[in-house]
Each structure stands twice: as C-alpha cells, then as structure tokens.
Design a protein around this ligand. Structure first.
Ligand SMILES: Cc1ncc(C[n+]2csc(CCOP(=O)(O)OP(=O)(O)O)c2C)c(N)n1
Ligand SMILES: [Mg+2]
Length: 131
C-alpha cells in the first residue's frame, strides 16, 4: 500500500514480482501530490506550494508494460471487491485508487503522546541551517 509519490520511488519492484510470479498486491492511493508535503506547505507555509504536485503514469498502461494485471477502485467497497479477487489469484496486480485530499493522520499516530509545539516557519529554517 502506498501513495503515488512513494510508489514511483520503488515501482521497479513490479519487475521482480513478475519475474518470480509473486502474489504481490500493490495498491496506489493516487492523489496527484506528495500529499503530506503539500499539507505542510499549506498549514505551515501559507499555502506556498512548491514541487509537491506529481505527473503520474497511467497505471493501467504501466502494469501492462510489466505484463501484470491492473484494476481501479473508486470506493472502499470497490476496493474490497477487487481485493477479494486479487488475493486468491496469487499473481501480481497493480490497483489504482484515485483519491482526493486526505486529512492529516498525525492526531491518530500521536494519540495521547504529548508533542512539542510546532516551530514557527522561520525558527524551523534557522534551526536547520544551524544559525
Ligand atoms: C526517497 C524519499 N524521498 C523523500 C521522502 C520524504 N517524504 C516522505 S512522505 C513524502 C511524500 C509521499 O507522497 P505520497 O507517497 O504520494 O503519499 P501521500 O501523502 O500523497 O498520501 C515524501 C516526499 C521519503 N520518505 N523518501
Ligand atoms: Mg500522493
């Protein structure tokens, strides 16, 4: 399971899955952005977006080029249906899931854990630069 950004860093693994006939089910949540980076740009940097939008491949054609199956699912129900077929098939499949903007997950990940106050943007840059 990956975002469209993360998937593109490792998509060559489709070749490995094909070569060894692995039952690898790959789900790409496809929002067209490095979504978490964009969220930081929106919330901390006044929506000054830079280099967080993606130009993605056509996932059906990409799967085809590797000789593996593909599917698309627009809803959780559709995804459940695709997975019900994909898992027992025991062969590689690339599943494209077009999505909109995701809410931040951090309140779930850090639930109950006290977090330091976020740095002001300038303080963040100064700290990183070591000045
Ligand atoms: C190789 C690499 N480069 C940069 C990062 C920093 N980074 C972490 S998540 C992320 C964006 C992920 O985007 P995507 O996979 O599309 O997930 P989304 O937040 O959109 O759901 C980046 C650039 C990283 N983890 N690994
Ligand atoms: Mg993304």
């Amino acid at each position: 399971m990956n975002g469209d950004g993360g998937f593109s860093w490792t998509l060559q693994e489709l070749s490995t899955a094909k070569r060894y006939g692995l039952g690898l089910v790959t789900i790409v949540f496809h929002d067209g952005f490095y979504g978490n980076v964009r969220r930081i740009q929106k919330n901390r940097y006044g929506a000054r977006y830079f280099a967080s939008d993606l130009t993605n491949p056509d996932y059906g054609k990409l799967a085809d080029a590797f000789g593996i199956r593909s599917a698309r699912a627009y809803t959780p129900q559709e995804l459940a249906g695709v997975l019900a077929d994909a898992v027992p098939a025991n062969e590689p499949i690339l599943i494209d899931v077009p999505v909109g903007e995701f809410p931040s997950p951090w309140h779930l990940i850090h639930e109950g854990v006290p977090r330091p106050a976020p740095l002001a943007p300038d303080a963040h840059l100064v700290q990183r630069a070591g000045v």
